[in-house]
Write a protein that binds this ligand. Structure first.
Ligand code: F3S
Length: 294
């Protein structure tokens, strides 16, 4: 019998699921704010197919606040900066906040630390919208540090507080904590890492080690999906990252008897289902079992 084994953690995480359902409700007119156009500030999630579906429902992606004339604006799960939020308020548009509560927590910690006189170390990718949103909530005049070198070079700082981008690895956070402890008299750590990413990586790599070929689904523009594919490939060389069922390499799937399937946090269930259907199609005529990993 041939087998398709699905990672239980494949697909939307809590924050993305929540953001998508808020967007759906907004498109259906079920929440506050009356009528008018609906925009999302940046693509709601890193999955072109899901964004396209939302556009069909009337949710238009805009690049910046200046492009918004009125109506409703959905704030995506990464959050937005304080300046962007103030600009939206000044425009009088209805803000539908789909910021992931874990990101909001990180913003709140950063703000509280700065109000209590701590320099703030933000562990993460400084160009990522989530990190920009966290930094924007730090009180003006507070020293903000985002690299290990900046910790080593810091002067006149006695106490520092640490927050992390929600998708950072624990190891990376610990490197910053260690460096900060060597440098400052007082260090306060707020562990703002979300477990969803790490649990998905753990389950997917374990699954990759038990199957002949591993399919990783998700947007090519999703850093987390690319990373997921990378670490699965370290375990299983027949790891293939695709965005849709149409891209499934039938020749590879045809030559194996077990295929694992996982998906990044912004991959909708219908894409996972379509890939499973496509694998069944390639294996037409064989007995096929579909199950979840463990
Ligand atoms: Fe939120 Fe964690 Fe997803 S921070 S958006 S639940 S990966």
């Amino acid at each position: 019998m041939k087998r398709i084994i699905l990672a239980r953690s494949a697909g939307f995480c809590f924050g993305v699921k929540r953001a998508m359902s808020i967007a759906d409700e907004t498109a259906a007119g079920r929440n506050e704010g009356g009528g008018g156009p609906i925009a999302s500030l940046g693509p709601l999630i890193h999955n072109p197919q899901a964004v396209e579906e939302l556009e069909k429902k009337g949710v238009r992606v805009v690049g910046e606040v200046a492009d918004i004339a009125g109506g409703k604006v959905i704030v995506r799960s990464h959050g937005i900066t304080r300046t962007e939020h103030e600009a939206l308020v000044a425009k009088g548009v209805t803000i539908i906040d789909a910021t992931c509560p874990f990101v909001t927590k990180a913003q709140e910690h950063a703000q509280a630390l700065s109000r209590q006189g701590y320099a703030v170390i933000v562990v993460g990718d400084a160009d990522h919208p989530e990190v920009k949103s966290i930094i924007s909530y730090i009180e003006p005049g507070t020293p903000v540090i985002t690299t290990l070198r900046e910790i080593r070079d810091a002067t006149k700082i006695r106490k520092a507080g640490i927050v992390a981008q929600t998708t950072q690895s624990f190891d990376n956070l610990m490197q910053f904590v260690g460096e900060a402890l060597r440098k400052f008299t007082e260090v306060r750590v707020c562990n703002t890492i979300c477990n969803a990413t790490i649990l998905r990586q753990r389950e997917s790599t374990a699954l990759a080690g038990t199957v002949e070929a591993m399919i990783v689904l998700g947007g090519y523009n999703s850093a987390n999906t690319r990373r997921l594919a990378e670490i699965c490939r370290e375990i299983n060389r027949k790891t293939i990252h695709i965005e849709t069922a149409a891209e499934l390499p039938a020749d590879i799937v045809d030559r194996v008897r077990t295929v694992g399937v996982t998906a990044g946090a912004s991959t909708p269930q219908w894409i996972v289902d379509a890939v499973v259907a496509r694998i069944r199609d390639v294996w037409r005529g064989d007995r096929i079992g579909v199950s979840y990993y463990k």
